[in-house]
Design a binder for this molecule. Structure first.
Ligand SMILES: [Mg+2]
Ligand SMILES: [Zn+2]
Length: 202
């Protein structure tokens, strides 16, 4: 079984630009390439899971999303690293484009993208992490049975209300990875494994 770190895209890997569709606007977050390199050095698959409701809202197409992802790939390659896979949810319950307008399992905090990735890449979710800039990202990681989920203060995390419950936070993706890879933190997080998860032990 593999272990993975799931990353939200906008506000975590790249600077949040509000329904980004223009590839020329793609800008890596500070330390993103280094954070991804570190995760891979520690044996984690790096998988981006992104809500892209702009597709359902008619702001841009799936092809536009893929073009942005390809641009991120190119920027990371220039820094000598890469993510292992990309998943995005094009849906929204109140969209404008009928084909994408529905309640789905993949829109975070739904766990669909993580479960799909786990199946495709043989990932042990209980050994995996999630990093996001919204509390819904943290909720997604937890609901999927990840060992830990960290909220970064970049992107929407900069303006988000501080969580009332105990959610680990970090300044940015690089700080989040440092926290997640720190042995005492990992040990603490493994204290209460989610044995109810369908993938637990499989
Ligand atoms: Mg985000
Ligand atoms: Zn979806």
């Amino acid at each position: 079984m593999n272990k993975a770190c799931f990353l939200d895209r906008d506000g975590v890997v790249i600077v949040e630009k509000d329904y980004l569709r223009d590839v020329s606007q793609v800008e890596l977050e500070t330390g993103a390439a280094e954070a991804i390199r570190q995760l891979k050095q520690h044996g984690y698959l790096v998988i981006v899971v992104s809500n892209q409701s702009g597709v359902a809202r008619g702001y841009f197409s799936e092809e536009d999303v893929r073009a942005v992802n390809a641009r991120i790939d190119a920027l990371l390659a220039a820094e000598g690293t890469a993510v292992d896979d990309w998943f995005f949810c094009p849906h929204h319950p109140q969209g404008k484009i009928p084909a994408y307008t529905r309640q789905c399992d993949c829109r975070k905090p739904g766990t669909g993208m993580l479960l799909q990735a786990a199946q495709k890449h043989h990932i042990d979710l209980s050994a995996s992490f999630m990093i996001g800039d919204k509390l819904s990202d943290v909720a997604t990681g937890r609901a999927a049975g990840c060992a830990a989920a960290v909220l970064v203060r970049t992107g929407h995390g900069g303006t988000a209300e501080l969580p009332t419950e105990d959610v680990p936070t970090a300044a940015d993706i690089r700080a989040a990875v440092a926290l997640l890879l720190a042995a005492p933190f990992r040990k603490k997080c493994r204290g209460t494994p989610n044995t109810n998860h369908p993938n637990a032990g499989s």
